[in-house]
Design a protein around this ligand. Sequence first.
Ligand code: ZN
Length: 319
Amino acid sequence: MPSVETVQGAVEADELGLVLVHEHVRFRDEAVAIEWPARYDEQLELDAALVAVNDAKDRGVQTIVDPTAMFGGRDVRFMKRVAEETGVRIVACTGIYSYDYLPHYFENRDVDVMADHFVEDIERGIQGTSIKAAFLKCAADAAGVTEHVEKIHRACARASLQTGAPIMAHSMPAVGTGPRQVEIFKEEGVDPAKIQIAHCGDSDDVEYIQALIDEGVYVGLDRYGLEMYLPIEKRNEVAAELLRRGHAERLMVSQDFCASIDWFPAEAAEVFEANGAIRNWSMTLVFDEVVPALRELGVMDDAVFDTIFTQNPKRWLTA
Ligand SMILES: [Zn+2]
């Protein structure tokens, strides 16, 4: 039985149970948080994380995959606290979440050195702990696959080849980053069964998503509630069509919820809810609204539910 690293230690893959494959227990800029710590309320952040994760636990969630990497304020001690206080397992990653910027530190070192940093997190432990990363994270967004973004992707690929760890790549369908991201991983020799292209569900272009699935990768329909990219109803139409085409085994459904996020001033959440930029964004939306809607559409039964929320994350994490 293969095992998977979590912030509570390695568990047998079968113990992961019901999984939310893309949620953040906290998301913040680590540089700002270190320079101006008084601007952050750690207790409030912890409380928000506990509420979000406990709500998910109420819906049966046993494991949360948290792809918070460098520049997202990755903090495995915080994750461990949330995991221990809720009893929900959290799976941590290594990698760099950047749309282009790279510190001079990595700019002036080659891709293999960058990969070594990731391998260390996977084999030895993260941030001086014995908590190991279970997967790799990188990103491409509006700027496209820039030189720096490509370097991070290749470093993730090489660390994956060395360790066997799978990869999750943030993508931006609006500028079509997915195919090039997959191409880079394949050039490096990564098995597509280890690759998850996140945020494909921000697009209602089913053929764009189909083309990625044809490459053999997993696609994330993982931003439910972020209406600014695509409303829930449209997301469901895309999900339903992909399920009708028989792709249940390639879909990752989640919310990319951030229990707290410092990107905007605190009052922004209410504004976004009021102007429709977000709607019921949470760690429970997919269970409360999406699964019932997909059942209503006749494309989800218990077997499909099990495939998407239990089998797919397990298969990807142990590929
Ligand atoms: Zn995310």
